[in-house]
Design a binder for this molecule. Structure first.
Ligand code: UD1
Ligand code: CA
Length: 463
């Protein structure tokens, strides 16, 4: 039997108080809707339809990278049943099972979807609802049962005092038989506290007709948490982070303070690496074994080798750091910065599109951009590659074993040859041959007694 997925994502998300569509808010570095799409893909749907409305363009452009999605626009947004109705034309000729997901429920597990579909098929149900039993059901629709059977779902705002006591809630995730579905949904009325067309009303409609309605109850209610507010967004983020840090610790990573350690889902960390408090590892970052990442470090989409030390407050984005290198404190590596084995990048050093060769050192205060630096090079404090002439970015090449004295400006394009020396305070406009010493600062003059003369002339002016 074919499976089709519909994801509802047209709602305003009023409670988020945001200019952004709710489903583009991020959990563990990824928009809510992408979490849902990843899970949906595991049931191998024949079609996947996303219902959008509020800020439709923002959503379609954010999801442009996904293949095989159909977008339908729901305008205005009159409730979840109305949202499903907008997919009628798209799904008219399809048969089989429709799995309906909410764009704001990001933690659903593939195993649960699997269970939902299996249960739905084996019981030959018209509808199957995923439910959970929670301590605090406020805000959710409640599952009203008669005997064992689900009878209907009542929304928080329409629930009687007694119904509000019910702790079994509707997850907003369902499987439906496509056969007759849209005709049944069409009969839902908007006679409720919010004057909206509620999809959960379908349960009562089917039950009154004697159709089979089943439920699947998840054992861990965190899975079906919906996000309606920023408080819920933070709570769900916390759950995902706790899962990730627990996994890493189980695999042999020391995390000194999991509460302040932020590791995105796709990040990998090798054994015996230590993450000190307040570190942030984001995107597709990989970190090797035996590293120490000190407090205040943020690493995004970067590859870090084994036994690397990253001292406090470094920002490392789209960069590579090889084995046994040492970075920071207060270093900034970005855009393809490539620090090779045993190299050292010290405080207040920025690298952009630059290779720093094996064993080379830039220990203090330097800007190295668009540069290829060989092995065993020493970059003195205050060195700047002047890579930008106002129009184009130019390359600096510093060959193996060169020594660049402090406070030098290397005006690109320029090459410092193998083993060459650049005297402190030089402005280097021309290539330096291998083995040469380049000095550009003028000869020093000392003016004897100058200070005393200046002071006495100043006193005369005042008097
Ligand atoms: C909904 C359910 C509730 C359930 C809860 C689980 C209804 C009426 N209630 O409530 O029983 O416990 O989810 O999280 O369905 N949407 C549209 N178009 C609309 C309205 C909503 O696409 O016109 C989308 C939203 O973007 C969202 C989803 O449907 O992704 C759920 O809507 P929301 O308003 O968040 O419903 P809840 O009040 O959370
Ligand atoms: Ca919701």
């Amino acid at each position: 039997m074919h499976t089709h997925v519909v994801i509802l994502a047209a709602g305003k998300g009023t409670r988020m108080k945001s200019a952004e569509p709710k489903v583009l808010h991020r959990v563990a570095g990824q928009p809510l809707i992408e979490h849902v799409l990843t899970c949906a893909a595991t049931v191998r749907p024949r079609t996947t339809t996303v219902v959008i409305g509020h800020q439709a363009e923002a959503l379609t452009s954010a999801l442009a990278g996904y293949e095989g999605l159909t977008f339908v626009v729901q305008e205005p947004q009159l409730g979840t049943a109305h949202a499903l109705m907008t997919t009628e034309r798209t799904l008219a000729k399809q048969t089989g099972t429709l799995v309906l997901l909410s764009g704001d429920v990001p933690l659903l597990k593939p195993e649960t979807l699997q269970r939902l579909v299996e249960r739905h098929h084996t019981t030959r149900a018209a509808a199957t609802v995923v439910t959970a039993i929670v301590d605090d059901p406020r805000g959710y629709g409640r599952i009203v049962r008669s005997g064992q059977q689900i009878a209907r779902i009542v929304e928080q705002k329409d629930a009687s005092q007694a119904e509000q006591e019910i702790r079994e809630i509707n997850s907003g995730i369902y499987a439906f038989a496509l056969e007759g579905l849209f005709d049944a949904v069409r009969s839902i009325a908007a006679e409720n506290a919010q004057n909206e067309y509620y999809l959960p009303d379908l349960v009562a409609i089917y039950r009154e007709r004697g159709a089979i309605v089943e439920t699947v109850t998840v054992s861990n209610p965190d899975e079906i948490r919906g996000i309606n507010s920023r408080i819920e967004l933070a709570a769900v983020s916390r759950i995902v982070r706790d899962q990730k840090t627990a996994e890493l610790m189980a695999s042999g990573v020391t995390i000194e303070d999991p509460a302040t350690t932020y590791v995105d889902t796709a990040v990998t960390v090798g054994t015996d690496t230590v993450l000190r408090p307040g570190t942030s590892l984001e995107g597709h970052t990989t970190i090797g074994r035996g590293c120490v990442v000190h407090s205040g470090v943020r690493i995004v989409d970067s590859r870090i080798g084994d036994r690397v030390t990253i001292l406090n407050h470094c920002v490392i984005t789209h960069a590579t750091v090889a084995d046994d290198a040492s970075i920071g404190p207060f270093a900034h590596l970005r855009n393809d910065a490539d620090v090779r084995a045993k190299a050292k990048v010290g405080n207040f050093v920025e690298l952009k599109k630059t290779v720093l060769g094996a064993g080379s050192k830039a220990n203090h205060l330097a800007y190295l951009g668009d540069a290829t630096i060989g092995e065993q090079v020493n970059i003195g404090a205050g060195t700047i590659t002047c890579n930008y002439d106002g129009v184009t970015k130019n390359q600096t090449v510093i060959e193996d074993g060169a020594f660049v004295g402090s406070d030098s400006q290397l005006i690109a394009p320029v090459t410092i040859g193998k083993g060459a020396y650049v005297g402190s305070g030089s402005t280097i406009r021309d290539d330096v041959p291998p083995g040469a010493l380049a000095v550009s600062a003028g000869k020093q003059r000392n003016l004897d007694g100058w200070v005393a003369r200046k002071k006495s002339s100043g006193q005369k002016a005042k008097g």
